[in-house]
Ligand binder design. Structure first.
Ligand SMILES: Nc1nc2c(ncn2[C@@H]2O[C@H](COP(=O)(O)OP(=O)(O)OP(=O)(O)O)[C@@H](O)[C@H]2O)c(=O)[nH]1
Ligand SMILES: [Mg+2]
Length: 379
């Protein structure tokens, strides 16, 4: 496993209504990165994320499952959550450790009750969020209606980065940040990158202008630059979009077909280059009200967001490194009960698969075994 520094780690949490396609999207992202050779499906009960017996029986996710993918020199940790609101606790603790929330929608339905319930929590935690309208391949997909339903939910701060287009039967995505068209083969994967067709140019430019204005709004110097030049270049737009996401005032909207592997590479590229990382977020506070700066040089702080008991392993504790680094054999004190815990084992987890590692740095997510005094939500 390649070692990634804190500037090249992004934590995203997939949330969204039941059956929107979160687990399929996660699977496709691992496949696109070459981390798995075969793409599993929920129907075949062989996805990396839905690995519990009960998930196979019921055909949907029941637990929040940590996974990771790697895309162009970045490590993207994914937590694939569940769409059923009766286990909302798993979703809330995952939201807490997200740098960016990826809200997945089914293009057949747009915003659903589940979407609204989860949105209320995201809003409360003020987390950077992007929307992904999935299943654009579906015969009943309604992209424009889905987009409208997002705008109804979050207001005019939802801004379109892409829209789907069928061109002579080929699925395409027009991207108004890159001002390019991606054209996909029926089996998806790497698209052809083309100029935007003439008959789409006017509409694409209008959306591009909207995006530029929105990006400029969130950053004072960018606003001045925008007034001076009347436009922004792609890097400046990225900077403004990131600022807007951090202010919780700009919500980019993407479109994909997770099932047919269309648009997932571009989405990962955006997560790499634009989505905030742990160091960009408002620092967490200690119980004494002190800010915990997300820096490698600071003392080690871990936040526990999940504990599970697995018959062959015992207790597995999942954590995010809030500051410093955690190494094998580190002794850490639980701030709730002052008990000392020894980190005897360290792993990166992808569903049921464990990869042992010697250390994890600030901003990363990992797991350890057999802690004695530590529960979910402990530090
Ligand atoms: N046509 C089409 N179907 C999709 C797409 N993505 C997912 N599906 C199907 O939608 C169903 C639900 O997909 P999942 O990935 O399990 O959705 P989920 O959001 O993880 O569902 P929960 O975990 O229950 O909330 C499955 O039958 C998928 O094959 C897509 O892009 N296009
Ligand atoms: Mg799922």
């Amino acid at each position: 496993m390649k070692i990634y520094d804190d500037k090249h780690i992004k934590n995203v949490v997939f949330v969204g209504a039941h059956n929107s396609g979160k687990t399929t999207l996660a699977e496709t992202m691992l496949f696109e990165a070459g981390l798995i050779n075969r793409r599993g499906t929920v129907e075949n009960k062989n996805t990396v994320s839905d690995y519990h017996e009960i998930e196979h029986e019921r055909g949907n996710s029941i637990f929040a499952t940590p996974l990771h993918t790697e895309w162009r020199n970045f490590k993207i940790n994914i937590i694939d959550t569940l769409g059923l609101d009766d286990f909302i606790g798993e979703i809330i603790s995952s939201i807490r450790v997200a740098d960016t929330i990826v809200m997945v929608l089914n293009a057949q339905h747009g915003v659903e009750v589940g979407t609204e319930i989860i949105w209320n929590y995201i809003d409360k935690f003020h987390k950077p969020t992007l929307f992904v309208i999935n299943q654009i391949d579906h015969i009943n997909a309604k992209f424009e209606e889905s987009l409208k339903s997002i705008k109804k939910l979050v207001g005019k701060n939802a801004v379109q980065i892409q829209y789907p287009l069928l061109l002579n039967g080929a699925q395409c995505i027009i991207d108004v940040l890159k001002m390019k068209m991606y054209k996909f083969k029926p089996q998806g994967g790497k698209p052809e990158k083309l100029e935007i067709p003439k008959d789409q140019m006017e509409w694409a430019k209008e959306l591009n202008n909207e995006l530029i204005e929105k990006a400029a709004e969130n950053d004072e110097p960018l606003m001045e630059l925008f007034f001076e030049k009347g436009t922004l270049n792609e890097d400046e737009m990225r900077q403004g979009i990131k600022a807007g996401m951090l202010n919780h005032e700009l919500f980019p909207v993407f479109c994909v077909s997770a099932l047919n592997d269309m648009g997932t590479g571009r989405l990962m590229g955006f997560i790499d280059n634009v989505a905030p990382s742990a160091a960009d977020l408002t620092p967490e506070q200690s119980i004494d009200g002190e800010e915990i700066i997300a820096s490698k040089e600071n003392p080690t702080v871990l936040f526990i967001f999940k504990t599970v008991y697995q018959p062959n392993l015992g207790q597995i504790t999942f954590f995010k490194v809030i500051s410093g680094e955690v190494k094998l054999n580190d002794k850490l004190i639980n701030s709730r009960n002052d008990e000392t815990e020894v980190i005897n084992q360290l792993f990166i987890m992808d569903g049921k698969d464990r990869q042992p590692v010697n250390k994890l740095t600030v901003g990363d997510i990992g797991a350890t075994l057999k802690l004695k005094y530590t529960e979910t939500n402990d530090t």
